[in-house]
Design a protein around this ligand. Sequence first.
Ligand SMILES: Cc1cc2nc3c(=O)[nH]c(=O)nc-3n(C[C@H](O)[C@H](O)[C@H](O)COP(=O)(O)OP(=O)(O)OC[C@H]3O[C@@H](n4cnc5c(N)ncnc54)[C@H](O)[C@@H]3O)c2cc1C
Length: 473
Amino acid sequence: MTEPVFEAILPRRQFMATGAAATLGSLFASVGLLDTALAQSVPQSVASGTALQWHNWSGLQHAQPASLPTPGSEADLQALMKATQGEVRAYGSGHSFTALVPTSGAIVSLDRLSGLISVDKQAMTATMHAGTRLGVLSRALDSQGLALRNLPDVDIQTIAGAISTGTHGTGATLPALHADVVGLRIVKSNGQIVELHESKDRDLLAAARVSLGSLGVISQVTMRVLPAYNLHRRVWLRPIAELLQQAPLLADQHRHFELYYLPFTGYGAAISHDIYTGTELSLPKSGDDEAMADLRTLRDWLGRFPQMRTWVAQKFFDVNQVEEARHRSHRLLASVRPMKFNESEWHVPRDQGIACLREIISAIEKHNEAFFPIEFRFIKGDDAWLSPFHGRDSCSIAVHAAADEPYDYLIKDCAPVYRAHQGRPHWGKLHEMGAAELRALYPRWPDFQSIRKQFDPQGRMLNAHLRKLFVQA
Ligand SMILES: Cc1cc2nc3c(=O)[nH]c(=O)nc-3n(C[C@H](O)[C@H](O)[C@H](O)COP(=O)(O)OP(=O)(O)OC[C@H]3O[C@@H](n4cnc5c(N)ncnc54)[C@H](O)[C@@H]3O)c2cc1C
């Protein structure tokens, strides 16, 4: 094939034809577009005729709830919980892929309970309404000279939704967000308010930090925070064999390190972020929302010829390009996903991470239809009872499929690999585990279940998915 033919396959120039690293940095993502994302985010709950409808971000999960209340104060929430009969599920921004939210009862949104309530600069903590989106929170903290210790790779989620599923970013020394929670206010299913603080309620807080909305509706969160900081971001492209060898060392050298493997290319993109104390700030080149579409086009044209697909991809990679940017932590760590997808992510002990990733790459590359990058991150262990990082430093491996394409193979083919490496699934991402298997993975499982029953004796906070996770043997 000649280059004009490649241009016909990939007519849009940017992705591979010019420096790959620059576009790979934004492969999934457009940086700094929170306003756009919020403005464009369609409400997850809409009325259709007379039936109320709810759906999640990817469109996979649906519900027709009896009500979709949006209390405007904690007192309203308390009155609502007292007055409501039957199942109640809290809903953040619908960014979970699993069926955590759907119910035919009440789906409660905390969208109107948003914003920073107070900061304590001596204790270095901040208290916020539970419905505050991470991006809104980051900006409010920044205006006070403060920041969260880490962020996941999008910041549309609410703080309560994020901590409830063990949401994490990357960084070998950085735990998931819930590890920084020092206090919570929870409205139980009977309307009673419980206030927890780490100074007096160690066990209850260890249970509540990651609790999938099963203890009640969280109304306020108090988090440990840091002085605001800038980061230096680098993105570079290398053969995956080289990156797999270097990854453990790179994870120890950088505050944040992660890599993306690009299926059927033999190449991975490495991304690091480190504290930056200089004064010259720059954001990455504007995100190329079409980079994912280019990978998809390559798959559409050459999916049946994997070797040719690899050859074409490598032909256009420029391994000498490094993308660099320096800016506020929240402007670089979180971004916006231009293409919708479904996802499964598991967490394995750190010392098994690379071996597990190699096997996942083999499993995914048995499917010519795969084109989404595989994401590999490092997370520090913590002690929350249902934290997927409980008691162990971990690596996370995430696989994706476009929202309008089949995703079953992500679960069917990858789950046995993760299981063989003692993997724990992300609570918010697709998996098929139930109570019997989960119990064996979490040493404090019985303690959590006993606290859950104390908080919600009638099981009104459970929907069908949570009953499968917590109750059915
Ligand atoms: C594009 C995208 C990118 C993502 N990136 C990452 C990432 O980098 N790292 C990562 O770990 N995860 C990531 N996720 C997963 C996501 O962070 C989690 O699924 C998170 O829980 C979503 O938060 P949410 O506010 O949308 O909550 P929802 O999905 O609406 O709810 C999640 C859970 O929280 C509970 N909940 C919500 N609000 C409350 C409340 N007030 N009180 C009690 N319980 C409540 C719900 O009942 C439910 O059990 C990503 C998801 C998407 C779609």
